[in-house]
Write a protein that binds this ligand. Structure first.
Ligand SMILES: Cc1cc2nc3c(=O)[nH]c(=O)nc-3n(C[C@H](O)[C@H](O)[C@H](O)COP(=O)(O)OP(=O)(O)OC[C@H]3O[C@@H](n4cnc5c(N)ncnc54)[C@H](O)[C@@H]3O)c2cc1C
Length: 509
């Protein structure tokens, strides 16, 4: 009898689920599980929670959303997890999207369509009359994509079970309910280039380029690349339109999520790096931390990117060769840098999301540099402000440089970013009192993003739906039993909707 009790206590796991990474997806998954009464532990290698959604301090009176300008969590997640009571302020007001032009005759795409049309009229009467129809189509397309992201993709070409088939039915119904015209236009738009898509609506180069910039935001693609129709819809969905929402509040979202996890009884440990996932007979049993500590659990969910999780934390020796090959082939192509400026005085930059994207050719040339492993000399910039901080999103700054080393190239990004923006706001350069540059290498070393890829894998058509993260493994499962994926690199992910964190909970056995 005594022997049997000892045996049972030995095999009892400490936790129902361990979640690797406290980015927003890991926290969403943890909160849902904890809410179900499961014993959950989140392990985060950094000393703060939030992953890519953090507000950090870079000096005295110098706080910024370190790498994310803001976005929207799915409203049902906010409601289910009671995030408002956990400190989230939902701000549905929207600011304009402004395309800066050298002659200060900027295009101002206000959220109010009448005001936006007024500004568009300066460039084309015809385009102004088409604005409403374009926004209507984009909102519809984003709605359909949202349903696709909420649907767990079955593991094609495997046989799907009835539950998975039901999800697909719902998606098909949503497409059908969109009406024949929107359904066809949605399907057509996905493989198109952003250039082709905007040309169907607008004649003015300024307007075409402003919209196309959102299509290439965060991807290593140019506006002439096939599939940037899809990334335009993806980014439209994540922002809720062209401009960012919640600017200056990224950290608030993930703090509210962490509060929710704790309030439901979940645990979060920071400053703990998972070094290995413990596997016995193809079954995940727990994790080994970098400090040697071992923690066991019935299930492991990783919100770290798929390459890091599968190739580093699991290791090729425990995975089928073809699966390893597919994982190695996931395209991670970080080419984003971030420059935060602390300024002393009036910089004159208006509120909103500003872009430097004067023409499609300008954007394509900015991307050309990345193709050849160079930093764009004339980059596509997107700028937001929050108090005394100006945050510049810089594309393209490829992780893989043809020559040079990111430890030495930081100054170059800083110089190009400040000088480019100063052309539009002449006082800016002289007002900078402090700054912080985040390079693709920092995105990897500090934020844990393999090759600095902020979406944990490029969002492109061969890494989409049934093919995300890899073909045949789109339902959060892996060849290791009880090991699941839930970060941005899996279907539903990319962006800050929390969909992949929530979806994984639905597939747990
Ligand atoms: C500069 C930038 C701009 C962006 N702009 C936009 C935008 O405009 N619109 C949009 O929709 N999306 C944008 N994104 C993308 C979006 O922010 C990310 O896709 C999303 O936040 C990722 O969330 P996640 O929870 O999946 O992963 P992450 O936030 O990356 O979290 C993963 C966590 O796992 C931790 N971790 C990794 N390995 C380990 C380990 N071994 N042990 C313990 N912990 C580990 C990491 O430290 C991290 O905290 C942007 C991202 C960046 C970086």
């Amino acid at each position: 009898m005594q022997l049997q009790i000892e045996k049972e206590s030995f095999v009892t796991n400490q936790y129902h689920t361990i979640i690797i990474g406290a980015g927003h997806n890991g926290l969403v998954a943890a909160a849902y599980l904890a809410k179900q009464g499961k014993k959950v532990l989140v392990l985060e290698r950094r000393s703060i929670v939030g992953g890519s959604m953090v507000t950090e301090s870079f000096g005295e009176n110098f706080q910024a959303d370190s790498i994310h300008a803001g976005g929207t969590l799915r409203p049902d997640i906010i409601k289910d997890l009671k995030l408002v009571s956990h400190g989230l302020h939902v701000d549905s007001s929207r600011q304009p999207f402004i395309s800066l032009l050298p002659d200060s005759n900027s295009l101002i795409l206000d959220p109010n369509p009448v005001k936006a049309a007024e500004s568009i009229k300066k460039f084309s009467e015809r385009d102004a009359s088409r604005w409403d129809e374009f926004v209507r189509f984009m909102d519809k397309a984003a709605e359909i994509l949202d349903v696709a992201y909420a649907t767990i993709m079955p593991r094609l070409p495997k046989n799907m079970n009835l539950r998975e088939g039901y999800g697909l039915l719902e998606l098909g119904l949503e497409l059908r309910l969109a009406g024949r015209k929107d359904m066809l236009n949605f399907i057509r738009a996905l493989p198109m280039s952003a250039q082709e898509l905007v040309e169907e609506y607008f004649e003015s180069e300024i307007i075409r380029a402003a919209i196309a910039s959102v299509a290439i935001h965060n991807s290593t693609l140019g506006p002439m690349s096939a599939g940037t129709g899809y990334t335009l819809i993806h980014n439209w969905l994540n922002r809720g339109g062209l401009s960012h929402s919640n600017v200056g509040k990224a950290g608030e979202i993930t703090s509210a999520l962490a509060n929710a996890v704790k309030s439901f009884g979940g645990e979060i440990r920071t400053d703990v790096e998972v070094a290995k996932i413990k596997i016995e007979n193809q079954i995940a049993k727990g994790v080994v931390l970098a400090n040697g500590e071992e923690i066991s659990a019935n299930r492991i969910i990783s919100s770290a990117d798929p390459k890091h999780t599968l190739l580093k934390l699991v290791g090729a020796q425990d995975l089928p060769p073809e699966f390893v090959w597919h994982t190695q082939s996931i395209k991670m192509r970080g080419s984003v840098a971030k420059v935060h400026l602390q300024v002393n005085g009036n910089h004159g930059i208006p509120a909103g999301t500003l872009c430097i994207a004067p023409s499609i050719k300008y954007l394509e040339k900015a991307y050309d540099a990345a193709k050849y492993g160079e930093i764009s000399e004339k980059p596509y910039l997107e700028v937001t402000t929050s108090g005394n901080v100006v945050s510049i999103h810089f594309q393209f700054a490829p992780y893989h440089l043809k020559t040079g080393d990111w430890r030495l190239e930081t100054k170059k990004v800083e110089k190009i970013a400040i000088e480019t923006l100063t052309e539009y706001f002449p006082n800016l350069q002289s007002l900078v009192s402090n700054l912080k540059v985040i390079t693709p290498l920092d995105l990897e070393t500090t934020y844990g993003l393999t090759e600095g890829d902020i979406n944990h894998g490029q969002l492109q058509l061969d890494q989409f739906l049934f093919m995300r993260p890899i073909p045949g493994w789109s339902n959060h499962k892996t060849p290791i039993d009880n090991l699941y994926l839930c970060g941005s690199g899996v279907h539903g992910g990319g962006g800050v909707s929390g969909a992949s964190g929530r979806n994984v909970v639905k597939v747990l056995k």
